[in-house]
Write a protein that binds this ligand. Structure first.
Ligand code: IMP
Length: 180
């Protein structure tokens, strides 16, 4: 495994401020209603933990395991469900919480799959959005930050399963010595 030096492009504080703004907007849009937040594993586990704690309307949380990257920096284009929801979303207000929308292939697949379960409403919330890479355009209702075509890690996002624990969003820079 090659490790990289990281260069931070969004700090933990910038992310935290934006997450609070997104939560406020969700609170306004769903005032007086309940929501189901869907955590798309693994990348959105940190984002959803912060977002859920900033939302004040009643929420339930469920987890959907999805794999589309084969552990590298290029989308395989094939979306695989590795873990299904454990609760019904029929008739519920559902928000898919994603870490990043890149080609849009994953979110497009998820929307079609979840619509077959007849939710009352289905919205998308993504911390990051890379418009330059979109293959399947989708309407994202809540976007944290729009970024350039860069491979990023941290705040839940990984490269070969590493770097998820970094508090900010970073780009991979030059290689360090191999240590594993
Ligand atoms: P898409 O199907 O190309 O939109 O990719 C969606 C998924 O690919 C995301 O949920 C991430 O797990 C992963 N991904 C896309 N871009 C990045 C990145 O820059 N860093 C880490 N993971 C990424």
């Amino acid at each position: 495994m090659t490790f990289f030096n990281l260069k931070e492009i969004l700090s933990a504080e910038q992310i935290s401020d934006r997450v609070i703004e997104l939560a406020k907007k969700i609170d306004e849009d769903f005032a007086g209603q309940h929501i189901v937040l869907l955590c798309i594993l693994k990348g959105s586990f940190i984002f959803i933990a912060d977002l859920a704690r900033a939302i004040t309307v009643p929420v339930t949380i469920d987890f959907l395991g999805v794999q589309s990257y084969n552990g590298d920096t290029k989308s395989s284009g094939v979306v695989q469900i590795t873990q299904d929801l454990t609760t019904s979303i029929t008739g519920r207000n559902v928000i898919i919480v994603e870490d990043i929308v890149d080609t849009g292939l994953t979110i497009h697949y998820l929307i079609n799959m979840l619509l077959t379960r007849n939710p009352k409403t289905l919205k998308i919330c993504s911390l990051l959005y890379k418009p330059s890479k979109v293959i399947k355009p989708v309407n994202i209702d809540y976007i944290g930050f729009t970024i350039n075509d860069l491979f990023v890690v941290g705040y839940g996002l990984d490269y070969k399963q590493y770097y998820r624990n970094f508090p900010g969003i970073n780009i991979l820079e030059k290689e360090e010595n191999d240590s594993i």
